[in-house]
Every structure is written in C-alpha cells, then in structure tokens.
Ligand binder design. Structure first.
Ligand SMILES: [Zn+2]
Ligand SMILES: [Zn+2]
Length: 305
C-alpha cells in the first residue's frame, strides 16, 4: 500500500516525481476519469528545485500544490521544460498560482525551442491574454525565458539536462506540419535520471534517439496516446510501443501518458493489461500519483495516489 505524503519539506537527499496531467490533446471537463483529466504536466522535485515537464492544464494542480503542500515549502526555483508549441502543452501557465500570489519569491524559468517560446509569447500577448511578464510583476521574484535546441546538453545548478528531437506533427498527408519538439533527459546529481518523450510517434528511425534518452534512466514518461502501434498517427505513440520499451529496459519504470481523450478508463486499463504482460515496470501515468526515489533500491516507488 502506498504511504501517505509526509507533512514536512523534502530533505536534501529526497526526490519526488508527480503526475499532474496525463490526458492528451484536450481536458476532460467536467472531470470524468480516474486516470487523467488534465493536459500534460509532470514534476521532478527536490528540496530546492522543481523541474516540470510540460505546462498543460495539470500545471494548475502543480502550481497550487507548490504553494500549499508542506513537502514543497522550501522549493525556490521552478524550471518549466516545454516540449513543443502545441497549446495543450502550455495552456496551464496562466493558471499557475505563482502568477497570482503577490511576493511569493519563486524564480521561474521557461525552457523551450524558439518555436515553442515564440508560440507561448504570442499566445499570451495582448489582446489574446495578459503577457506572462506582466503577470510576473509583483508576484514571482523572476521570470526568464530560456531558448533551447532540440539537441543539446546543459547544466542547470546540480542538474544536467539533455534534449533530443522527437517525431511530432499535426495532421496527415498534405496537411502534415512538423513541430520542433524536444525530448528530455534530466539527471539529478547523486540522484535519479528521468526521461520524458511526449509528444512523439516512434518508428524504426527514432529508436536511436529513444535509446539515448532512456538508457540508464530510472523513470520515463512515454506518449501512449493510442493502444496499438498500427494505430499510431498524428505524431503520437502507443501503449504497445511503450510496453516494448519497458521490456527492453527492465530497469526503467515506463509510464504511459498523453492518454487519448476518446478512450474510456476501461479502454485504457484493458490495453494496459494486454500490453503489460511480462513487463512489471510498465505502468499507466495516473494523475495524483507521487513516486519517491528510493536510494537503497536505486528505483522509484509509489508513495501516494
Ligand atoms: Zn499533446
Ligand atoms: Zn502536440
């Protein structure tokens, strides 16, 4: 049975991984799923820093938790890593508590490709909304945009980040438009490594990129929009592919995310049972779940949810 979350700040040697939004493309409102209702958002948190993978509507849940849960009370820096320009991966930014609470002292950095950062700035520009720079005045201590490339390595404090380009596009046939999409591999110094590959449609030509991102990682989130490989389209992957990855990398806890909004909980769980046979390290991403890194085992364990 998962333990309850502790009512104290994370210690220096503790790392949590949380699922805040695991629904693909659109939100399910009103809430109608016990798996995921909100668009993409996941976090890796230490005592001082939070790294967020994508800023979908799940970011509203994370932003609130960051301000209210004791385990996050010593976090001072938030690094939001945005994979690509699609709105379902940044629509949650305006709902983050840190843009609405005066003098909260957080340092917030948004990382994305030039295309993604340009899309976000345009999406929040007057008169579509209020520019994030304006929301940042008098609330956060700092808001910074950091343009990254889809293929690079950089050090951020005691973390190292590697990006690799994912295969993601909208439409099909003549309407197919590719997006400059970055997959992430985040390593916590003297701690776990977490990989994030979404949105992504895998094929034989992407195997090497995927291998670079996930080999030796402790946890990896995979775009598993569709049940089966043969259904893969529109730049999205499948539970079948993610489960194959889990079988090939038994040391990596592979979480299937970006669940298609057309699928019921029953469909998603039935697919997971079908493809998860013989892969105990293949699990569904489920909102509200918290995993803690267990240093003795060198693996993430489910803590709550
Ligand atoms: Zn998406
Ligand atoms: Zn997308």
């Amino acid at each position: 049975m998962p333990k309850k979350l502790t009512a104290r700040p994370l210690r220096d040697d503790e790392v949590h991984f949380d699922v805040w939004g695991c629904r693909g493309s659109r939100n399910l409102l009103p809430r109608r799923s016990s798996i995921g209702n909100h668009t993409s958002c996941y976090s890796v948190t230490t005592a001082t820093d939070a790294f967020v993978f994508d800023a979908g509507r799940g970011l509203a849940a994370f932003g609130h938790a960051l301000m209210t849960e004791p385990r996050f009370s010593t976090v001072r820096r938030v690094h939001v890593l945005i994979t690509h320009a699609h709105m379902d991966h940044w629509e949650g930014l305006k709902d983050a508590d840190w843009f609405w609470r005066r003098g909260n002292g957080l340092e917030v950095r948004l990382y994305g490709t030039a295309e993604a950062i340009g899309g976000i700035r345009a999406g929040y520009a007057h008169p579509l909304y209020v520019p994030l720079d304006l929301l940042a005045m008098g609330t956060v201590a700092r808001l910074e945009y950091v343009t990254i490339s889809a293929e690079e390595k950089r050090t951020i404090g005691s973390f190292s980040l590697r990006t690799s380009p994912l295969n993601h596009y909208s439409g099909s046939g003549d309407n197919r438009r590719f997006l400059d999409t970055a997959g992430f591999r985040l390593a916590v110094r003297k701690g776990p490594t977490v990989a994030y590959l979404s949105d992504h449609e895998p094929h034989a030509g992407t195997a090497e990129t995927e291998r670079k991102l996930i080999t030796g990682a402790h946890l990896a989130v995979y775009d598993s929009h569709f049940p089966d490989i043969k259904q893969q389209m529109h730049g999205h992957g499948s539970q079948e592919h993610a489960s194959n990855v889990a079988r090939a990398h038994p040391g990596v806890l592979v979480l299937a995310g970006h669940h298609a909004p057309s699928l019921s909980d029953q469909d998603i769980r039935a697919t997971w049972r079908r493809h998860g046979k013989g892969a105990p390290n293949f699990q569904l991403a489920i909102e509200g779940r918290t995993y803690a890194f267990d240093r003795a085992r060198g693996a993430f364990s489910l803590l709550a949810g």
